[in-house]
Design a protein around this ligand. Structure first.
Ligand code: DQA
Length: 138
């Protein structure tokens, strides 16, 4: 299956950002392991700190990929533009979060993406991404 992980702002800092919340591993290290473990799948990865670039990528892949694993990070809680893109495309989107956003500040409890996501996986650290991948593979 052709599946892409799309990460939003500040997730390029994984491994050196608030390690108590997000862990010590860089996303690249995690992604290399994931690709090795799921070598039969066509996995790709995109990260941007820029809202419009995330929307461009969703539009680009959103009509022919089999699945999108989206951690829009802070834009989850603010972006009508990303929410509209998720609604517009036909590829199913699984929303993921590393931390349990519901045990954090109130503003993190709201997601503009969830209503149009196929499902949501929250709070399992980087394993959230693998669980999302497994949901596509069944
Ligand atoms: C996050 C949770 C968001 O609230 C936060 O802004 C992030 C990361 C997570 O994966 O836990 O940057 O999406």
């Amino acid at each position: 299956m052709k599946i892409i992980i799309i990460n939003g702002p500040n997730l390029n800092l994984l491994g050196k950002r608030e390690n108590d919340i997000y862990g010590n591993e860089t996303f690249n290290d995690f992604f290399e392991k994931l690709k090795t473990k799921y070598a039969n799948q066509e996995l790709s990865y995109f990260q941007s700190n820029i809202e419009g670039e995330l929307i461009d990528k969703l539009q680009e892949v959103g009509y022919d990929y089999d699945g999108i694993i989206l951690n829009a990070a802070a834009y989850t809680h603010t972006s009508v533009g990303i929410a509209d893109a998720v609604k517009a495309i036909t590829t199913p989107v699984v929303e993921v979060h590393i931390s349990n956003t519901f045990s954090r500040e109130d503003f993190r409890h709201k997601s503009y993406i969830s209503p149009n996501a196929k499902g949501v996986i929250v709070g399992f650290g980087l394993q959230s991404y693998e669980l999302a991948l497994q949901s596509f593979l069944k």
